[in-house]
Design a protein around this ligand. Structure first.
Ligand code: ADP
Ligand code: ADP
Ligand code: ZN
Length: 217
């Protein structure tokens, strides 16, 4: 069983790497951002509440997020392991996750931090678009699908851009990352499971580094 957190600012490459790790280790990506966007599209109660916060680049309330993750982690496809992407984002979320895993008798193996400079994050987010079917991330300049217009992972031909991927919202999201999410670094460092990787490298190099961290355990 491999249980992993991918940590890092918006645009660091968490989603991109999670998709690759899903295939390699046959574990599942749990992206709270993707789950919330599905709620928004469905027009659910959670979606209605979350949309305004997401559009402003603010964090959605911890209790909503924790409830969503705790339901998802119960599903049978998570049995072999998970890659948490975009969760936890606050210390209370990390504490709730600890409680959940303890109760399920599961352990966190590694927390992998992807570090990327702010200017590069803005650049990456401004050019980001993703597969409408599976959520895989692409970039106008850096990361195009191998076959133009066709998702590498699922073969779908529809792509979309996120409403919150614009320059102003990105600044707000970065501020919230440094204020509310960065305190998770000492939290996991103290547990001895945090590993830092240079997220500025090309995506293949980053994948190789993460694999080293997982397999070297
Ligand atoms: P990114 O990959 O760019 O960091 P996400 O897709 O993870 O963005 O998240 C998009 C938005 O969804 C966030 O700006 C926030 O409003 C909300 N969100 C996602 N995950 C969480 C979380 N764990 N806690 C609070 N809000 C979240
Ligand atoms: P996150 O999930 O952390 O918000 P994404 O995986 O969605 O980040 O990546 C953000 C953007 O940067 C996407 O457009 C993606 O194609 C691109 N990207 C991801 N990894 C790299 C990389 N190593 N180098 C350059 N661009 C990248
Ligand atoms: Zn796809």
């Amino acid at each position: 069983m491999t249980n992993l957190i991918l940590l890092g600012p918006p645009g660091a490459g968490k989603g991109t790497q999670a998709k690759r790790l899903e295939q390699r280790y046959r574990i599942v990506q749990l992206s709270t951002g993707d789950m919330l966007r599905a709620h928004v599209r469905d027009g659910s109660e959670i979606g209605k509440q979350a949309k305004a916060m997401m559009d402003r680049g603010e964090l959605v309330h911890d209790n909503v997020i924790v409830a969503m993750i705790s339901d998802r982690i119960e599903q049978p496809d998570v049995e072999r392991g998970f890659i948490l992407d975009g969760f936890p984002r606050t210390v209370p979320q990390a504490q709730a996750l600890d409680g959940l895993l303890k109760w399920k008798r599961r352990e966190l193996d590694r927390v992998v931090l992807l570090t990327v400079k702010d200017d590069e994050l803005v650049e990456r987010i401004s050019g980001r678009y993703s597969c409408a079917n599976c959520g895989a991330s692409y970039h106008d300049a850096n990361m195009k699908p191998k076959v133009p217009g066709v998702c590498d992972f699922c073969g779908a031909k529809d792509f979309r851009r996120r409403a919150d991927d614009n320059a102003e919202t990105v600044r707000e999201r970065l501020k919230n990352y440094y204020g509310q999410t960065a305190p998770l670094l000492p939290y996991y460092r103290e547990k001895g499971i945090l590993r830092e990787i240079d997220g500025m490298a090309d995506a293949d190099t980053v994948t190789a580094q993460i694999i080293k961290v997982i397999d070297g355990k």
